[in-house]
Design a protein around this ligand. Structure first.
Ligand SMILES: [Zn+2]
Length: 320
């Protein structure tokens, strides 16, 4: 069963939406092919007065920061929870922290392996005379963020009127956290589970084995509502997550099968498996096939014939 995606109308940028008794959302005006209508910043706590926490303050965008500060006027922001260090999630933490004195919680800074791979792709693109990827895409990162409180799996974060449990969910990026709000049986899933799209798993820091393992562990969790940073809430999370897992497992089987007759390159695998999609999307499909091959090689099922340089996309891969 293919995952059934959920859509929503473009939200009113910069305005506060009350999405549940304890949760408000303000969406930043940064729509893109990675962010859907934009980054949704969540404010958890009473609608007026009292203490609140903010999850994923969003991109470094003055209008968005001003909208957030307007939303929490007269309240004390005690916690800033960061799901991960992509440029559409964490950069506004600096300005919001400065304005409110809130303490930031995150797994850690942007991962060194992601920085190295990004710089290498930019270097290769420039060398080849191509346009290097943009600095606000999922391949780049917020290199300035350092959490005040290093937060890891199982940590409990308690405020006045709200309690979160942190889940370390590497896959999309190795420093990814989800936050479970106990009072509403709600999981803030960041980019780990999104309703509008599958998550990109940008190898080598992104890891499909981790990603699938961290989808599977959600199946045993009690949360009944997921609130991703992008797009609408998911109110029937278990069948949806099951479909996401099935979809990736199917792709994995197809890739293993495609190597049955001997070594092949990523390009040749993409041409076969993605024959019916727009060739403009073949580069993204290649990144997905590469992520699968890397995950399969990490579990000893395939190998790259490029003598140690698994990031060489021109190399052939074979069954191990
Ligand atoms: Zn991300």
């Amino acid at each position: 069963m293919a995952p059934e995606f959920r859509t929503e109308e473009t939200p009113p940028y910069g305005e506060v939406e009350q999405v549940s008794p304890l949760v408000r959302r303000v969406v930043a005006n940064n729509p893109s092919r990675f962010t859907y209508h934009g980054s949704g910043t969540f404010i958890i706590g009473p609608a007026t007065g009292g203490d609140v926490a903010i999850i994923d303050p969003g991109p470094a965008d003055d209008d968005h920061v001003a909208a957030l500060l307007r939303a929490v006027e007269g309240q004390r922001v005690t916690h800033l929870l960061i799901t991960h260090t992509h440029p559409d999630h964490s950069p506004a933490a600096a300005a919001v922290k400065e304005a409110t004195g809130a303490v930031t919680h995150g797994f850690g800074p942007h991962p060194a392996e992601a920085i190295r791979a990004h710089d290498e792709r930019v270097r290769r693109a420039i060398e080849a005379g191509d346009e290097p990827e943009s600095e606000d895409g999922e391949g780049s990162g917020d290199r300035d963020f350092v959490p005040d409180v290093v937060t890891t799996d199982g940590d409990v974060i308690t405020g006045v009127g709200f309690t979160f449990e942190a889940l370390h969910t590497p896959g999309h990026i190795s420093n990814h956290l989800c936050f479970a709000l106990r009072e509403e049986a709600t999981l803030f899933t960041g980019d780990h589970v999104m309703g509008w799209s599958t998550s990109v798993v940008p190898a080598p820091d992104g890891d499909l084995n981790d990603y699938l393992e961290n989808l599977e562990r959600l199946l045993d969790r009690p949360e009944t509502t997921y609130r991703p940073t992008h797009g609408p809430a998911i109110t029937d999370p278990i069948p949806y997550v099951t479909a996401l897992i099935e979809h990736r497992r199917m792709r994995e089987r197809q890739i293993v099968d495609s190597l049955a007759d001997g070594p092949r390159s990523i390009t040749s695998i993409v041409e076969e498996l993605y024959a019916d999609i727009d060739p403009k999307l073949h580069k993204a499909a290649g990144a997905s096939v590469y992520a699968h091959l890397l995950a399969l090689s990490r579990s000893g099922r395939v190998e790259s014939l490029a003598a140690g340089d698994e990031s060489d996309w021109k190399a052939d891969w074979s069954l191990a």
